[in-house]
Design a protein around this ligand. Structure first.
Ligand SMILES: Nc1ncnc2c1ncn2[C@@H]1O[C@H](COP(=O)(O)OP(=O)(O)OP(=O)(O)O)[C@@H](O)[C@H]1O
Length: 363
């Protein structure tokens, strides 16, 4: 496999009037890599896709697809000339064309026999060969999405862009179609950029997750690091539930309102205030029946089926959340002791940024 990146963004910016939809984006995507793009509404995900597809021109920076500059200060390659395939949320199939003709649509440069052969090949790949003669309205939503994928793959693009491809499908179908689409992309070693609103989807299908906010990339990292070592306060709160407690590190011990949280190796000479990020699965609670005085107390219990989310109010008034297995249900009002699950190394923040070394030293 070539080591030339399938896609490169170099300092790419794009504004619409006063709105900076993409700010100085840098990203390099390897061939075969699957990248998920996530962030709140309006953070610039679609703009990033539109820039790659050539539906927008960057104001600054360069974009390369498979080593070829497709957008830059002196160059702009039209969408149809880029080696980029598109799959949208609403499938965007031509209603008056059969499945085969829809798939052949992107292959106009080829001789007729080759077009037919390639369309048949990609329809087999998405396991829809038997439905080649049908029209889009004769297909289920999941089948339509597989046709859209076949059409995007037919011209052998260097990158396939998928803009919320599963969001119009109902929840049960979504998991199945997602598995099929991801399977085909993996099987064919296709480089793919997925835009999604769904944190679990972003973490489960991405080799890398790119978290955006306000037109910027906050973190581009493996799913594990994005979740377990968020780079910023925003990433910590956006990718999963998180509570933030004021804390202090002294003599390499991290303490906060709930007591000693963990040791912080390498911080022996530090004496600093930080915020500690606690996720509900990292917080343990133990009932203290009959305890007197003010202390942590369950103020909410939400049953989620396999797990029960307990919200606990600490003496300071701040709340933390704790996931418990489904059989553990501490009713509202239960006095509890709160601690951090053994072995957890929580993320520490100074201001809005995660720190791995005491402030003022090289991290
Ligand atoms: N054609 C346009 N003209 C003016 N402003 C635009 C245009 N397209 C996007 N924007 C603005 O640019 C910002 C980024 O929009 P974009 O569609 O990229 O966000 P998004 O992350 O894809 O949002 P969503 O998740 O809601 O689809 C938003 O503030 C949006 O209002």
């Amino acid at each position: 496999m070539s080591s030339t990146p399938a896609l490169v963004f170099e300092g790419v910016s794009k504004s619409y009037g006063a709105t900076q939809a993409a700010r100085d984006l840098d990203l390099s995507v390897l061939p075969g890599e699957m990248v998920t793009l996530i962030g709140p509404s309006g953070c610039g995900k679609s703009t990033a896709l539109r820039l790659i597809a050539g539906l927008e021109r960057p104001d600054a920076g360069r974009i390369l697809v498979a080593g070829e500059e497709v957008a830059g200060p002196r160059r702009f390659v039209n969408p149809e000339k880029r080696r980029v395939g598109l799959v949208f949320q609403d499938h965007a199939l031509f209603p008056h064309l059969t499945v085969t003709r829809n798939v052949q649509f992107g292959l106009h440069g080829l001789p007729r026999a080759e077009r037919a052969a390639r369309a048949a090949e990609v329809l087999e790949l998405v396991r829809l060969g038997h439905l080649a003669g049908r029209y889009p309205h004769e297909l289920s939503g999941g089948e339509q999405q597989r046709v859209a994928l076949a059409r995007a793959l037919a011209p052998r693009p260097a990158v396939v862009l998928l803009d919320e491809p599963f969001s119009s499908l109902d929840e049960n179908l979504r998991a199945q179609v997602r598995a099929e689409v991801v399977g085909v992309l993996r099987e064919t070693g296709t480089t793919a950029i997925f835009v999604t609103h769904d944190q679990t989807e972003a973490l489960s299908i991405g080799d890398r997750v790119v978290v955006m906010q306000g037109g910027r990339i906050e973190q581009a990292d493996t799913p594990y690091r994005v979740f377990e070592q968020p780079a910023t306060r925003f990433v910590a709160s956006f990718m999963g539930d998180a509570d933030f407690l004021r804390a202090h590190v002294h003599k390499a011990l991290l303490t906060c309102e709930i007591g000693v949280v963990s040791t912080v190796p390498g911080w022996a000479s530090a004496d600093v205030d930080v915020d500690v990020v606690l996720r509900p699965h990292e917080v343990a609670i133990t009932p203290e029946p009959g305890r007197n005085g003010d202390g942590p107390e369950v103020v909410d219990m939400e049953y989620h089926g396999a797990f029960v989310l307990h919200t606990v109010r600490l003496a300071s008034g701040q709340t933390v959340r704790s996931w418990q297995p489904h059989s553990v249900r501490h009713p509202v009002g239960t006095p509890v002791r709160v601690s951090v699950v053994a072995g957890v190394t929580p993320t520490l923040l100074v201001g809005d940024h995660a720190v791995t070394a005491p402030p003022g030293t090289a991290s």
